[in-house]
Design a protein around this ligand. Structure first.
Ligand SMILES: Cc1ncc(COP(=O)(O)O)c(C=O)c1O
Length: 415
């Protein structure tokens, strides 16, 4: 009854684990919520004020598909100021978050059969959006040994050997691994792309304010990349505005013109009150944002260090974003359980009163297998309790083995 595409698509695991965690909370269980990549802070204060005024002023009707001028100007000055590339409002398209631009980018550049290189593990909706256009997902594995930095050798190989290389997806700082693409990596990647005249870069930058070991480097700032790159930003993460659904893309005016036609045929426009709120946050919310980023950085470092002390867990202190991505494959092998199974054990079965909600790395493609992703979205105290919880319950072999025996789908077929 459904199309082959519809039958092939699954929704983000984070949202199904979130629903499960909420169900358990409703029964009275204390769940430490580390599954979803949402900010624990309230929306940026200027956004709350400007957004509520805008609703009362009835800024609640259709507006331009490109976005309101006020936000496009603020977004252009944000990209110019923060990332060192001179753009103006004609280089900006507003969308309802960052995610929608995956679809629009694929519609802009991919024809059926075209290859799109994705560093893996990867944000789960990339594959659906590439498939939506009949594109071919080609993966390049990120490894913990290389601090989850992209392999330029794989990019070269893709560009030289794929039948129809057309797009590269880069996400730095990276979800789920916390890896950061260095300035040198970005320069090399851009040079490889610029050597071709028909390959385009999707630069997914929702965590641009969360590069912990140095400034964020956007490929947009590399000479001549504006034509060849669509860089994507969101209000969801560092401005804590995930439910307002606002993000924006920056690229050449030619790309933005065409993207805005595609946007028009898809979501028409983004709610004007959300856009007014976003403009206020970009204009007036940066001191508050930076204070919050500081808190995030400390939490991420402390939590990762605590996990490093657990026997059998291999964990890097992430260079960016607010996710910690420990290798738990030793436990998967020991108990014959998948990493998703291990995550579900921590949520459901390790303890009847308390649970830790996180995601198995396979939620981000098979290269994530053997890892779990934990977002540092709870308080420092709760994160400390979560680390202690893991330390205590990962070694409870009787309990884990019983969980696997009771839940055959979580039985590991490999490792
Ligand atoms: C890499 C990446 N891209 C896109 C998104 C989607 O963000 P938004 O809420 O702005 O649509 C996320 C959110 O977690 C993300 O991690």
């Amino acid at each position: 009854m459904f199309s082959q595409f519809a039958n092939s698509v699954v929704s983000e695991t984070a949202f199904s684990v979130l629903a499960r965690a909420e169900k358990l909370e409703a029964t009275g269980k204390d769940v430490i919520r580390l599954e979803i990549g949402d900010s624990p802070f309230a929306s940026a204060t200027p956004a709350l004020l400007a957004g509520s005024d805008a609703i009362l002023a009835d800024e609640c009707h259709y507006v331009s598909s490109k976005g309101i001028d006020e936000l496009r100007r603020e977004a252009a000055s944000y990209v110019s100021r923060e990332h060192g590339v001179r753009v103006d409002e004609d280089n900006i398209l507003v969308g309802n978050g960052a995610k929608i631009f995956q679809q629009l980018f694929c519609e802009l550049f991919l024809d059926p059969g075209d290859g799109a290189l994705v560093f893996s593990p990867f944000f789960p909706t990339y594959s659906a959006n590439i498939a939506r256009r009949g594109g071919r997902l080609v993966t390049s594995k990120l490894s913990q040994q290389n601090k989850f930095r992209p392999s330029l050798a794989d990019v070269k190989c893709f560009l030289e050997q794929d039948d129809s290389p057309r797009a590269v997806f880069l996400n730095s700082p990276h979800n789920p691994t916390g890896g950061v693409t260095t300035e040198e990596d970005v320069a090399d990647l851009c040079s490889l792309i610029l050597d071709r005249d028909d390959v385009f870069l999707f630069s997914d930058e929702p965590y641009d304010q969360m590069s912990w070991s140095g400034g964020h480097v956007s490929p947009l700032a590399h000479p001549d990349m504006l034509e060849r790159c669509v860089a994507v930003y969101t209000m969801s993460k560092s401005y804590s505005m995930s439910g307002w659904r606002v993000g924006f893309a920056a690229s050449s005016t030619q790309n933005i013109e065409k993207l805005s036609v595609l946007a028009n045929t898809s979501f028409s426009c983004v709610s004007p009150f959300s856009q007014i709120a976003a403009a206020a946050a970009l204009r007036e919310g940066n001191i508050e944002r930076d204070e919050r980023m500081h808190v995030f950085k400390e939490r991420v470092e402390r939590f990762a260090s605590a996990l490093q002390n657990i026997e059998g867990v291999k964990c890097l202190v992430p260079d960016g974003a607010f996710y910690v991505f420990p290798d738990v494959s030793e436990y998967c092998t020991r108990y014959g359980i998948t990493s998703h199974g291990l995550a579900m054990y921590l949520l459901e079965a390790a303890d009847s009163k308390v649970g830790v909600s996180c995601l198995g790395g396979e939620a981000f493609g098979e290269d994530g297998y053997g890892y779990i992703r934990m977002s540092c979205a709870e308080s420092a105290d709760r994160l400390r309790v979560a680390a202690e919880f893991l330390e205590m319950h990962l070694k409870d072999s009787a309990q884990v083995k019983k969980f696997v025996a009771d839940n055959p789908p979580y039985r590991a077929m490999r490792l």
